[in-house]
Write a protein that binds this ligand. Structure first.
Ligand code: IUR
Length: 454
């Protein structure tokens, strides 16, 4: 780049960060503009990311990077009186929370322009789950998103080309340069996309545990703090829940099977832990918006799941996003034969409990890894996944079981190998009931002025 004005050159910017200096807002503007205008070389982007990885960023720098990334493309603007809200999860096994949460919030009068991702890990992401439903179209233009939000109140769509283009380039380069695991880069990537949605409030579900990105509470708390700080400083009322991610959420893992469970939750019959997460995260958002206390917000969401209003919104969202009226109506009716409309895998194999006792643990990661090998997840972006592959867990944590009863039903299209059967059996831990202690999935909340509100 030329330096005929006061603008610092890219090698100078990289050197400044490499040597532990602080980048100004102008420096970060120059860098992000270089990224989206392709005025910077790939090697320079990689070098800057590595310098950031090594020297970290101050809160000021992280905020400037987040703001520049957010403004690198289209940003949504909504009528001032609307309460525009969203949730972001750092990802977990069996995490289908967005499916009931978006319509439940819409039923409470909020607007939810949920821009979601595909799974790269063990099983699919929210978009993959929804694509198990024939006709569901996650690709919606900015104009279509605006129309659906106006008419229905919620949508769940993929990232459009025009939204935060800088993140696409930076994320791909982070992937190629081993700089994904860097707090300011993760924070700016997540919050810039949420900021571009034009939100009033955002709740983050930051997971920790065996089946989460962050294995321990302390590192998850550090990420949550960073996200909450950046979100609030960007003008979005942002809070976070730190939630346990060891055993799968709910009783199903996969794509189509998770849609079935989400529909059950929307019919007021979901598993307790899933319903708890939906009501806590939704209640939190209502509270952040200012019209509810935490308790009354939770009750409001629970009511919308019980009285069918959230289900009605889900049905309207399905139709607005391309599902035929007949299929949407049938899925959202009293019927439970969801596989009339979604493809069922060729085989269902049940595995048996090896001993008498109580269910002490179900290793979500082990389970997800087997399902991934059976086709439920991808190895690289763009790969096809098999929506029909999944698992229904037939026992609950803390439940007494007897040797020989079925504990899991695997939906698969290729044979289960001996190793896979053995890995699945190792995921189930049976022991004495007195060793079992029920715990809520939610460990802590993080808020800007009250960082450790348990
Ligand atoms: N999700 C994002 O949107 N960005 C990131 O950097 C990560 C997850 I890690």
């Amino acid at each position: 780049m030329s330096s005929n004005d006061n603008t610092i050159s890219f090698p100078e910017l990289i050197k400044l960060k490499r040597d532990g200096g602080q980048l100004s807002s102008e420096d970060i503007h120059t860098f992000v503009q270089g990224v989206i205008s392709e005025g910077i070389q790939d090697s320079q982007i990689g070098a800057m990311l590595m310098a950031i990885w090594q020297k970290n960023m101050t809160d000021e720098e992280t905020l400037a990077l987040t703001r520049e990334m957010m403004n690198s493309g289209h940003t949504f603007e909504w009528p001032k009186e609307w309460l525009v809200v969203d949730k972001h999860s750092t990802g977990g096994v069996g995490d289908k929370v967005s499916l009931p949460l978006a319509p439940a919030l819409a039923a409470c009068g909020c607007k939810v322009p949920m821009i979601s991702g595909r799974g790269l890990a063990h099983t699919g992401g929210t978009l993959d789950k929804l694509e198990s439903i024939p006709g569901f179209n996650v690709k919606q233009s900015v104009q279509q998103v605006k129309q659906i939000i106006k008419d229905v109140g919620c949508c769940i769509v993929g990232q459009t080309e025009s939204l935060v283009p800088a993140d696409r380039v930076l994320y791909a380069t982070r992937d190629a340069t081993s700089t994904v695991d860097c707090l300011p880069l993760i924070t700016s990537s997540i919050i810039s996309k949420k900021g571009a949605e034009g939100l009033s409030a955002l709740v983050l579900d930051v997971k920790f545990g065996r089946a989460a990105l962050y294995k321990d509470l302390d590192s998850a708390r550090e990420l949550a703090q960073s996200l909450v700080t950046a979100g609030n400083r960007l003008g979005v009322k942002t809070g976070a829940a730190l939630t346990r991610m060891d055993a799968p959420i709910g009783q199903s893992v996969g794509n189509a099977v998770e849609v079935c469970e989400a529909l059950e939750c929307l019919k007021g019959r979901g598993p307790d832990d899933l319903t708890e997460l939906v009501t806590i995260l939704g209640g939190h958002l209502l509270w952040l918006c200012g019209n509810f206390t935490l308790e009354s917000g939770k009750k409001e969401i629970a009511l919308k799941l019980k009285n069918g209003e959230a289900l009605k919104k889900f049905q309207a969202m399905l139709e607005a996003q391309g599902v035929s009226e007949d299929v949407a109506r049938s899925l959202c009716s009293d019927e439970t034969d969801y596989f009339k409309h979604m493809r069922r895998a060729a085989h269902q194999t049940e595995l048996k409990v090896p001993d008498d006792g109580a269910v002490l643990d179900i290793d979500g990661l082990a389970l997800a890894e087997v399902l991934h090998k059976l086709g439920a997840g991808r190895n690289k972006s763009g790969e096809e996944i098999d929506h029909s592959v999944g698992a229904e867990i037939l026992v609950k944590m803390g439940q007494r079981v007897q040797k020989g009863e079925s504990w899991i039903r695997i939906h698969h299209n290729i044979d289960l190998s001996t190793d896979q059967r053995s890995d699945l059996q190792k995921a189930l831990v049976i022991g004495s009931l007195d060793k079992y202690k029920a715990v809520s999935r939610v460990a802590e909340f993080i808020h800007p002025n009250n960082p450790k509100m348990s």
